[in-house]
Every structure is written in structure tokens, then in C-alpha cells.
Write a protein that binds this ligand. Structure first.
Ligand code: LLP
Length: 434
């Protein structure tokens, strides 16, 4: 469920007219709904928190570490922090943003295959919950960094369970040939190495098998393997106190069957790996953010090719604003912001102004007939939207607006052209002529 509905003939984000936002802030722009972020966080967390089998021996509820990569706007992070969210981070920048938004260090997880020494040192000094170690060289570097700081690094080892899943090959992470984590065999030997290392405290194991997963079966297969490895580690005398099961649960993009509900997911987890005597952690990103945001764009004109009759709906948003269709052939529902008066429809290729054929949001889509100046909303754009934006073609980053009830605020303004240019610096051999 989200809070973008048509009311009084036009789309509203909670209590705010999207048309009005477009007029006040300009297009293209991202619009986010606070209530939707909060609802998604609560629905997911409550489903897991309600499972007795997922309480830790010390009675701690599962840690819900929101994957900040999905949408790391500070206002969004703070909205989630106020709901009790932790953060799954993958860079020093994300850790800093999470801290700035008020997420306590003891709820921050640090993942990623290429953490630098400086990033590890920052994480250790901050005192985060755990580092998810993904390889032997990483473990060894972390040991040195921890020793030089005189601290013990709390870690889990990320196992690649050899079960890949997800909406596209580029976002499948758990396949045996993907770059993430180590094999179970290697994890077990690394765990022993970590236990013998005075600078490292191995707390448990982690996995994350992919993103936009719409079927519980591969997750269940991976999790039940994880259970076997917890038992195997314990059988060899090692202590295992944590189990991090990653993110990945899919969301409706409106072109496919509904993904499993958070409740079905929680029940599956409880049945598959419940009562293991560990503290559980989850890292949902898309599930929290995708349907909490839209990208609003204005139709520049409709170009109908004389030869083929093909109709290009040319909009002012482009692949630099929302790269998912170009990068993953992703489907985003495209809806008129103002209710269309007629029942007339047309078949459009929806394209942006960037000079690449890849700058195509969709081909041959049957949509309500539109005209120049109309507004459209790319739905489900709250996750992996603005965060993946760039200034390609010297197009300013699209601004972000956060709505709460009938209030709204620009939470990242569109940079002025001057601001964009002032970021670049001329070397002294080029004489300034401005
Ligand atoms: N944990 C780890 C270790 C991850 O690598 C990811 C996502 C997540 C959690 C969150 O997964 P989620 O719950 O959002 O599925 N840019 C792509 C998605 C990349 C996902 C990368 N890892 C897209 O637009 O579809």
C-alpha cells in the first residue's frame, strides 16, 4: 500500500497535490511520502517482531537494518530512524549519513566486498554493531586495522550460499559465481581463523542472495543452508550469536503477480531458521522505499514519426534521473498526474532527452493519450531512483521533496547551473575568462 492516489481529479501524495508540487518545484522531481516509508517499515518489522521464534536468547527483537543504498536522503533516513530503524551501509559515506540522521551505531551494519582500511577504521572508531566480512583478505586487513586502534572488531562472515535469485542478473548476488561472500567451506575455516585472532570477535554469519525476489523458495533454500552452517560451526566448538539474512524481498511494480507479503516471509523465516538461539538481522531496502516515491515529469512533446507512425512521448526526465529501465530493463508504471478526461489511449515509446537510445523508459506501452505539458508519474521510484542519479548531459540532479500529511519540504534542492559549474576548477594554465 502507498499514499499516492488520484483525488479530485489529480494525483496526491498524502494530502498534497502532485501537480502543485510540480508547479512550485519544477520538473523532473522526486516526491516521497513519509507515511508510506513508515508504514512499510512497520509492516515489515512487526511481522518479524511478532514471531516468538525470532527473539534472541536475551529477548532482543530482530535488528531491522534499512539498506540505505536504496534511498539515503537524510530526511528519509531520519524518518526511518524515528521508527526504530537500523542501517545496512556499504561505505563511509553511508555510515556518516546514517549517524547524521540519528541512527545509533549499535544498529549499523557495514557490508560490501571492498571496504578500505580507512573505512574500516572509521566504522570501528564509531563502534558499529558489526562488519559483514566478505573475504579472507578483508578479514586479514581488518585484523590489522583493529589491532592498530586497540579494539576488537565484531564481525559476521558473509556466506555465498550458491542460491542466486532476483529480478535481473545484475542484481542477483547469491550465485556461486557472483563476487559476494565466500563459500560455506571457506567461511567455516575463516570463522576458526577469526576466533583465534585477538583482534576479531566472530559473532555469526550473514547472507544476501539478491534483490527484487518475488518467490520465497530460493530464500528458504538459502536460509535452511545457513541453519546447517550455524549448527556445523557450533559442533566444532565455535560460538554463533548472530544470523543476518540480508534484504531482497520484492515489491509490486504493477506488471507482475504480487510478491509474498512480509507476514508470509516472516512465517517462512521462523519455520526455517527460528529458535536458533541467535539475534536475527534483516536488511530490507527496496521493500521500504520503492513504493514510497515517484518521479514526476512533464511531457515536452509527442513526436510521431512520419514513416512508421511510432509515437515518442518525450518527457523531461531521463536516464540520468531514473536509470533502472536502461540498466535492468526495469518496468515502472507510468501514470498521468491529472485524470485524463477521455478514454482514449495511445501506444507510446516513452523517452527522455539524453542522447542515447538507452534513454528509453518503455517501448510500445498502451497508455492514456497525453499531450505536451501534461504531467506523468513514474511509480515505485523511491528505491534506487534518486540515489543512482547523475548529471550526465550536464542535467542538474532532480530535486527531492518529502511530504508529510499536508506538509511538504524540498529535502534536496535542484542545483543551479552556477553551482554545478563552480564544483569544477580550472587548472592555472587555463586563463579564466569568466
Ligand atoms: N543487503 C545487501 C548486502 C545488499 O547488497 C542489498 C542490495 C540489500 C541488502 C538490499 O536489498 P533490497 O532489499 O533492496 O532488495 N540498483 C538495483 C538494486 C541493487 C541491490 C543491491 N543490493 C535496482 O535498482 O534494482
Amino acid at each position: 500500500m502507498n499514499h499516492f492516489d488520484i483525488r479530485d481529479g489529480e494525483m496526491h501524495a498524502e494530502g498534497v497535490s502532485v501537480r502543485e508540487l510540480a508547479e512550485r518545484v519544477g520538473t523532473p522531481l522526486y516526491v516521497y511520502s513519509s507515511a508510506t516509508f513508515e508504514r512499510h517499515f512497520q509492516v515489515f518489522s512487526q511481522a518479524l517482531w511478532a514471531q516468538d521464534a525470532l527473539q534472541s536468547p536475551k529477548n532482543e527483537a530482530p535488528l531491522i537494518a534499512y539498506a540505505t543504498k536504496a534511498n539515503s536522503n537524510l530526511a528519509v533516513l531520519q524518518t526511518l530512524a524515528e521508527q526504530g530503524a537500523g542501517a545496512d551501509t556499504v561505505s563511509e559515506g553511508e555510515i556518516r549519513k546514517a549517524l547524521t540522521a540519528g541512527i545509533p551505531p549499535e544498529r549499523i551494519v557495514f557490508s560490501g566486498v571492498g571496504k578500505t582500511d580507512a573505512e574500516m577504521a572509521f566504522a570501528l572508531k564509531t563502534g558499529i554493531y558489526q562488519l559483514n566480512v566478505e573475504s579472507k583478505p578483508e578479514l586479514e586487513r581488518l585484523s590489522h586495522v583493529a589491532a592498530s586502534l586497540g579494539v576488537v572488531a565484531p564481525i559476521v562472515i558473509r556466506i555465498n550460499p550458491g542460491v542466486g535469485a532476483g529480478g535481473h542478473a545484475k542484481i542477483t548476488t547469491g550465485g556461486a559465481k557472483d563476487k559476494f561472500g565466500v563459500s560455506a567451506r571457506e567461511a567455516i575455516s575463516l570463522y576458526g581463523q577469526a576466533a583465534a585472532d585477538p583482534n576479531i570477535a566472530p559473532m555469526g554469519i550473514a547472507c544476501h542472495i539478491g534483490s527484487q525476489i518475488t518467490d520465497l523458495a530460493p530464500m528458504q533454500a538459502a536460509f535452511s543452508k545457513m541453519k546447517g552452517w550455524v549448527q556445523e560451526l557450533r559442533a566444532s566448538g565455535l560460538s554463533v550469536e548472530r544470523l543476518d539474512l540480508g534484504g531482497g524481498l520484492g515489491v509490486p511494480y504493477f506488471n507482475m503477480p504480487e510478491p509474498p507479503s512480509p507476514n508470509d516471509f516472516a512465517q517462512m523465516v521462523a519455520l526455517t531458521v527460528g529458535n536458533l538461539g541467535v539475534r536475527y538481522a534483516f536488511e530490507p531496502g527496496r521493500l521500504i522505499a520503492a513504493n514510497a516515491g515517484i518521479l514526476v515529469s512533464r511531457v515536452i512533446h509527442i513526436h510521431e514519426r512520419e514513416d512508421s507512425g511510432q509515437k515518442f512521448l518525450v518527457v523531461d526526465a531521463a536516464m540520468n534521473d531514473l536509470i533502472r529501465p536502461a540498466m535492468y530493463d526495469a518496468y515502472h508504471d507510468i501514470r498521468p498526474v491529472t485524470a485524463v478526461q477521455t478514454n482514449e489511449t495511445a501506444i507510446y515509446d516513452v523517452v527522455g532527452p539524453v542522447c542515447e537510445t538507452g534513454d528509453t523508459f518503455t517501448r510500445g506501452r498502451d497508455m492514456p493519450a497525453l499531450k505536451a505539458g501534461d504531467l506523468v508519474a513514474f511509480m515505485s521510484a523511491g528505491a534506487y531512483g534518486a540515489v543512482m542519479g547523475s548529471e550526465y548531459n550536464s542535467r542538474p540532479l532532480a530535486p527531492e521533496v518529502l511530504v508529510r500529511d499536508t506538509n511538504w519540504a524540498v529535502v534536496r534542492p535542484r542545483p543551479a547551473y552556477e553551482e554545478m559549474m563552480n564544483r569544477e576548477v580550472l587548472p592555472e594554465w587555463l586563463r579564466p575568462h569568466r
